[in-house]
Design a protein around this ligand. Structure first.
Ligand code: GS8
Length: 224
């Protein structure tokens, strides 16, 4: 990587996947151009750069696209090897970090979507119960450490970091205050949000609340 490198991020403001890439770029001190998609319409560039999934985020490094946020964060980490690594260097710790990143994308994320897109009160209660189970496991993995990465921010902090504003928004919505049930994860969220690399990269929780209310209203699913 040289000072003349060009970095472009195809993004959408509320995306937890986009947010984690923004955090990784900020942690590594990379200056980039952010291009906002206008969903549901998709730009020609997005379709060209991610023809497989047609989803953001896509990071374009010197004209070459890298897709899937977990993969993008690893790429940034490898290319910017002059700063401390986000991924653990120990193979076992690295395998564990990848395991939990997979858990976040394949368990936590679908469950968090269910808490917004329910059709009955029973479905909402079920989704909230599942969400509590997921967050409990994540808090267990954090343990007594300040960060998932130990004394400093690591790969998993960046991966889960994309959810910080969403955790706060749940509380603001008044329906579900997940963080109040998990003090260690709450402290971790606040610790992360105090870092400029996170706060400047994450969506405003108030704006997210409006979005969630709109999703619920659009689907006529708001039971309150
Ligand atoms: C998920 C990206 C994604 O869902 C990743 O990058 O880690 N596994 C991928 N992106 C969404 C926006 S965030 O909710 C997206 O681009 N959606 C547009 C669409 O599905 O049409």
């Amino acid at each position: 990587m040289s000072g003349g490198d060009e970095w472009i991020l195809l993004d959408f403001w509320s995306s937890m996947f986009g947010s984690r890439v923004r955090i990784a770029l900020a942690e590594k001190g990379i200056v980039y151009e952010r291009r906002e998609e206008e969903f549901p319409k998709k730009s020609e560039v997005l379709l060209e750069m991610n023809p497989t999934y047609r989803k953001i985020p896509v990071l374009i490094h010197n004209g070459k696209p890298i897709c899937e946020s977990w993969n993008i964060v690893q790429y940034i980490d490898e290319v910017c090897c002059f700063t401390p690594f986000l991924l653990p260097t120990d193979p076992y710790d690295r395998a564990k970090a990848n395991f939990w990143a997979h858990f976040i994308d394949h368990k936590l994320h679908p469950v968090s979507m269910k808490t917004m897109r329910y059709e009955t009160k029973a479905q909402l209660e079920e989704a909230e119960k599942e969400m509590v189970e997921c967050v409990k496991l994540l808090q267990g993995e954090l343990g007594e450490k300040p960060y998932f990465g130990g004394e400093r921010v690591g790969y998993l902090d960046v991966i889960l970091g994309g959810f910080c504003s969403w955790f706060c928004a749940y509380k603001e919505l008044g329906s579900f205050s997940i963080l109040d049930e998990f003090p260690k994860l709450k402290a971790w969220t606040h610790r992360c949000m105090q870092r400029h690399t996170f706060s400047a990269s994450l969506p405003d929780p108030d704006k997210l609340c409006h979005l969630v209310r709109r999703i619920r209203n659009r689907n006529a699913l708001d039971l309150q």
